[in-house]
Design a protein around this ligand. Structure first.
Ligand code: 5GW
Ligand code: MN
Length: 351
């Protein structure tokens, strides 16, 4: 009897040990399975979201984006010394507010083409050489760029060799007698060429003055549907000091209790469609005023400011992008990406 009991007991113990073994096997198998699944998901996520991955190293092509490690975070220093966002949630582009590697990967993936428009009428052709040379060094390096130079003096265009993927297109245009008209007619010419030519050749336009030189990187961080730039003289000024058109008779009139920022006339842009709408608005408002024998106080600047008041820009560039060295270098200005070239007014403004 005792023997029989012992055998029974031993069999029971063996049985529960086996159970334990199977349970352990199950746990190990489950662990291995979930580990494999995590690996598969992570690879899939990383290749689908390659553009969101970040890395400390610089990225030049979309293929490189796939190497970027999703697990590294995109931490940026947070700036509290400047306004980083408009009340309509458009970013204000300051140094430290973006990661250029992520943006380059995004824009390379879209094969984005950029047109840089500039006017060199009459004696302003003297600014061309420095303009192009410094743009080759700093403007949208690594992306496809077309320079569109509007000029009445085709023969005076400098012959500069350009990097791969970049070309210079000279567009011959008439010159106007009055300097105000030279400056204002830019809107009409950009409008006309946008619908005829730019729309077929580029995705974005950046429209700038020629009397500037690039002194630091300007990249795809500036690109957005429609963007303007804070005027270096007024970026910290209260609204009352903005030199908007204040005469009600002008189409550029802005009431004293309105206006977000004072935008510079010499640095705006966006998609070709948006720039077409902007320049079209400015030109037709100028023509309305011309018919009424009035011209806004600061010419094309005044009409541009009126446009941006009621068609808010989707990005706003900080004065890093258009600085005037006469203003010194304030603490908030970590970089000067382009600066105004001092003019000898008698030399360039007389015919
Ligand atoms: C000439 C005399 C007075 C004002 C402007 C001109 C002028 C301007 C000209 O003779 N030729 C010319 O091509 N322009 C274009 O208009 C340039 O692209 C120039 O950068 C732009 C605006 O004129 P700026 O730069 O003299 O105006 P601010 O407001 O920057 O001083
Ligand atoms: Mn200028």
């Amino acid at each position: 009897m005792a023997d029989c009991e012992e055998v029974f007991f031993a069999a029971d113990e063996r049985c529960s040990r086996r159970k334990c073994f199977y349970l352990l096997l199950c746990v190990v198998a489950l662990f291995l399975l979930s580990f494999c699944w995590y690996g598969v998901r992570r690879t899939a996520l990383c290749s689908h979201m390659a553009i969101f991955c970040s890395s400390q190293t610089s990225t030049r092509s979309s293929e490189d984006a796939f190497q970027l490690d999703l697990m590294k975070d995109v931490s940026l220093e947070r700036r509290t010394d400047v306004l980083m966002m408009t009340p309509w949630l458009a970013p204000i582009v300051w140094n430290g507010s973006y990661n250029i590697d992520i943006l380059n990967a995004q824009f390379h993936q879209r094969h984005v083409r950029i047109g840089l428009t500039v006017f060199a009428i009459k004696k302003y052709t003297v600014f061309m050489k420095t303009f192009i040379e410094t743009a080759e060094k700093f403007f949208m390096v690594g992306h496809k760029v077309n320079y569109y130079v509007f000029t009445d003096r085709v023969k005076e265009m400098p012959n500069i060799s350009l990097a791969d993927g970049r070309q210079l297109v000279v567009l011959e245009v008439p010159s106007y007698k009055r300097w105000q008209e030279v400056s204002m007619r830019r809107m009409e010419m950009i409008r006309d060429h946008s619908s005829k030519r730019f729309i077929n050749e580029v995705d974005y336009l950046v429209c700038v003055d020629v009397d500037i030189k690039f002194t630091d990187e300007v990249g795809v961080e500036i690109l957005s549907d429609v963007f303007g730039t804070l005027h270096p003289r007024y970026f910290r000024a209260p609204r009352e000091r903005f030199t908007y058109e204040r005469r009600k008779a002008s189409a550029a009139y802005i009431p004293p209790d309105e206006g977000d920022f004072y935008y510079a006339g010499g640095y705006f842009g966006g998609t070709v469609e948006e720039v077409y709408m902007l320049t079209s608005f400015c030109h037709s408002e100028m023509m309305t005023d011309k018919g009424n024998n009035i011209e806004a106080i600061w010419h094309d600047k005044s009409y541009l400011n009126k446009y941006f008041l009621y068609h808010k820009p989707t990005k706003v560039l900080s004065p890093e992008y258009l600085w005037d060295n006469n203003m010194g270098v304030p603490e908030v200005l970590k970089r000067r990406r382009s600066v105004i070239v001092p003019k000898n007014y008698n030399a360039v403004r007389n015919r």
